[in-house]
Design a binder for this molecule. Sequence first.
Ligand code: SF4
Ligand code: SF4
Length: 297
Amino acid sequence: MDVNCEGCAGCCIDWRPLADVPLSGEHGGERPPIDDTYNLVPLRSGEARSLVDAGYGDAMTPRLFEAGPDDDSVRVDGVALAAIGNRPVFYLGLRKPTKAVAPFDGERRWLPACCFLDPETLQCRIHDSELYPNTCRVYPGYNLQLERETECERVETAIGGPKRLLDSTPPADVDPTFSAAVGTTVFVYPDPDELSGVVSRLAAAELTDDDRARFVGVACGSSPGTIEINEAAADRYRDRAASADSWVGRSIQLWADRADSHGSTAAIDDPGAIETVEGAPETPGWDAVHSPDDGSP
Ligand code: SF4
Ligand code: SF4
C-alpha cells in the first residue's frame, strides 16, 4: 500500500460539494447513519479514553444507525435505530467543523474537515502523536483488504489530478474484523430512553456538548468483546468530556462563527492560525515529508 496525500486530505474532509460524487459505502449501505457526516473516523474505546485523558473530550461525536431489515431495532424520536437487543448501536468519531481549506490545488472553500486537520497544510496535527487513531494509521488498508473502493480512488475519479493510490497491495498487518467488533469501535448505549431528543439533534447536526459527552462516557466505559459498561468509568469520562476546554473545542466555535455555506469561497488569510492561537500543534509542511507512505496525511 502506498498513497500520495500531499494536497489531498480527501479522507479527512467532506469534499462532496466540490464534485459530483456517487454515494459512498458509508452512506449507501443497508444500515445508513442518521447523520450526514462524511468519512467519520471510528475510534476505539482506548483511543477515546486517551483523547479525554489528553483534554480532548470535546473533539468527539457519536454516530447512530438506522436499522437494517434483519437488525434488532429500537425506536427513538421516530427513528428505528440499529440495536443489540434494545440498546442502540453507535460509533464514536472525530468532529468535523466547517473550515476554510483548499484541497486538490483548488480555491480555498468552506468544507467540513476533521477537527485535527491543519487547514493550511492539509496535514494531521496529531499524526506523530500517540493519539493518532488506528483508523487513520492504516487507511486505506481495510478497504484494500475488503476490496472496497478507497477514498483515494474516489478522489482520482471525481477530481482528477495526481494519482493518489500508488500501490493497492493490501497491508498484511491490519485486521478489519477485529476493528468492527463490539466494544472496540462498535458500542451500545445502555438506555434508549435517555436518547429522547438527542437522536433528533444528531440528525439535525445540532448536538449539545452534553449530548456528545454522554456517548463519550459510554464508549470510554466499554471493553472489547462485551456490551457491558463499566458505569463508574463511563460516569467519570462523561464528566471529564463535558467539562473539556481544548483548542479543538474553542476552534470549532471560532469556525462556526465565521463559516459560510459548504463549498462557497472562503476569503481567510492564514486559516491555520485560527487554531494555533488557541494552542493547536503546528504541522511540518510537505517539504519535510519525503515519502508519504503511511496511509494518511
Ligand atoms: S489516504 Fe488517500 S484520500 Fe486520504 S489523503 Fe491520502 S491519498 Fe487522499
Ligand atoms: S488523519 Fe488526522 S486529520 Fe485526518 S481524519 Fe485522521 S485524525 Fe483527522
